[in-house]
Every structure is written in structure tokens, then in C-alpha cells.
Design a protein around this ligand. Structure first.
Ligand code: HPA
Length: 248
């Protein structure tokens, strides 16, 4: 029996209804509400890879979030780490196989719209998929879906998330262009996972934690450390929002 087989048996006992995926620096939002019953390293899940970015732990757990049976992915792999879209979307496909009907995708993002400030949260109501992998993934999935986000966190401002390939932050000129295109926040993940999940028939919610003003809109250069530090200040509120989304 492999570690993955054992994990799947544990998941069968828990029967997770929903999955949560945590992006950069956001995993702490799971405590104290989440109690794990079983955990597996991404490295032990066939078709997955351990995340190579600081702030991403690389574990999938099943357990209970304030009494609701859930699967929680701590960290994700990104397209910019050199992974093909199949691996980027693997986590979502694994939790779908575990039986969840809803997935909540979180990420760290730069705020473009004036009211989206560091430490705040944004419900993703649509995305601009500006990833090089995007059209390939849609083509392979035979996708005819339009907007994957079927579930919006109540009480949060909503906005459009622009998913860029990365790994570099944008230039101020790119941010001005993104604003004209209708983007409210910018990041390097989530869009492919959201589309894969919707394609599998899951309800999808996306929540961005605004960790910085996008390039050229704040003071000074952007850094991954700043992103992680600001993420830490928003985790308690993010945990509450996830709790609400699990109960809708
Ligand atoms: N740009 C892209 N990705 C990000 C940012 C940003 O400003 N902040 C956090 N992730």
C-alpha cells in the first residue's frame, strides 16, 4: 500500500465536501479552525510535485474545518516553476476524486484598483488568463466554460484577477495596461486551477489576499518577503471568510 493509498482510505472516512487551497504565506489561515485527520506530502501524490517557493509547505490534508469535512492543500505549484499545466491543476483533480463538490482557491495578489490595499481581501469574480499555458490547457480540456467562479464570498469587495505567467513582478507600464484591460488585482496562479475545477463540475470560489500595491502604485520595489509578511496580517480574516464559504 502506498502513502497515497493510505491517504485515500483516510479521506474515504472523512468524506470531504469541499477543498481549500492556500497560496503564498496564507496557510496559517487554517488554524485554529482546521483539525487534520491525515496528511500527505505533495511529493507522495502521483502526478504532483513539491512546491519550490518559500511560503508553500506542499502538503494535502483531510480533516474538519469547524466541523465541516474538508481537504486542505497547503501550497501549490506554479506554471513559472516550469511545471506543465497538468501538474498545476493536479491538486484540484485529486480533491475532485476525493469527492469534494466545492473548491476555495486562495492566492496572494497585487492590488491594482484603488480601494484594494495591502492586508485586504478580494473575492475573485472573473479572471484574465494571461498565462502562456492558458490556451493549451483549455484546448486539452475541450473547455467551453466561460466564467469558472460560481461562488462569491459575501461581504468582500469583488474584482477581476489577472493571472500572469511570472515569475517576475510586473512593470509599472504593464500594470497601467492591465488596469485598462479591466484587472483589479494581479498574481501568478489560480486561473488554471479554477478552470480545471469548474470543468470537473465543482463550485469555485477564489479569494485574493492583497499583499501589496501593484508595481508603480505603491512606494518602493516589490519583494516576495513583503508579500509573505503582509499575507500574515490577513490570515485571521481569511480563515473567517473560508468558514463562511464552507457554510453557504
Ligand atoms: N504581482 C504578481 N503576483 C503577486 C503580486 C504582484 O504584485 N503580489 C503577490 N503576488
Amino acid at each position: 500500500m502506498t502513502a497515497f493509498d493510505r491517504f485515500r482510505s483516510a479521506a474515504d472516512a472523512v468524506r470531504p465536501q469541499a477543498a481549500v487551497v492556500f497560496g503564498s504565506g496564507l496557510a496559517a489561515a487554517a488554524s485554529p479552525a482546521f483539525t487534520p485527520a491525515a496528511t500527505i506530502s505533495y511529493a507522495d501524490i502521483p502526478g504532483m510535485a513539491p512546491p519550490g517557493v518559500a511560503g508553500h509547505r506542499g502538503e494535502l490534508a483531510v480533516g474538519h474545518w469547524a466541523g465541516v469535512p474538508v481537504a486542505v492543500g497547503f501550497g501549490r505549484v506554479h506554471f513559472y516553476e516550469g511545471h506543465p499545466w497538468e501538474r498545476v491543476t493536479r491538486l484540484v483533480r485529486v480533491v475532485a476524486e476525493l469527492g469534494v463538490s466545492r473548491v476555495i482557491l486562495t492566492n496572494a495578489a497585487g492590488g491594482i484598483r484603488n480601494d484594494l490595499n495591502p492586508g485586504g481581501l478580494m473575492a475573485i469574480r472573473g479572471h484574465l488568463k494571461l498565462l502562456d499555458a492558458g490556451s493549451l490547457a483549455a484546448l486539452a480540456a475541450g473547455s467551453r466554460l466561460t466564467n469558472p467562479y460560481s461562488l462569491l464570498a459575501p461581504e468582500l469587495p469583488s474584482g477581476v484577477y489577472a493571472a500572469l505567467t511570472g515569475p517576475c513582478y510586473e512593470t509599472p507600464a504593464e500594470i497601467r495596461a492591465l488596469r485598462v484591460m479591466g484587472a483589479d488585482a494581479v498574481g501568478m496562479s489560480t486561473a488554471l486551477e479554477a478552470e480545471a475545477a469548474a470543468e470537473l463540475g465543482l463550485e469555485v470560489a477564489g479569494v485574493s489576499c492583497i499583499t501589496n500595491k501593484a508595481a508603480g502604485l505603491g512606494s518602493g520595489p516589490l519583494s516576495h518577503r513583503e508579500v509573505e509578511e503582509t499575507a500574515r496580517t490577513a490570515v485571521a480574516r481569511l480563515g473567517q471568510v473560508i468558514g463562511q464559504l464552507l457554510r453557504i
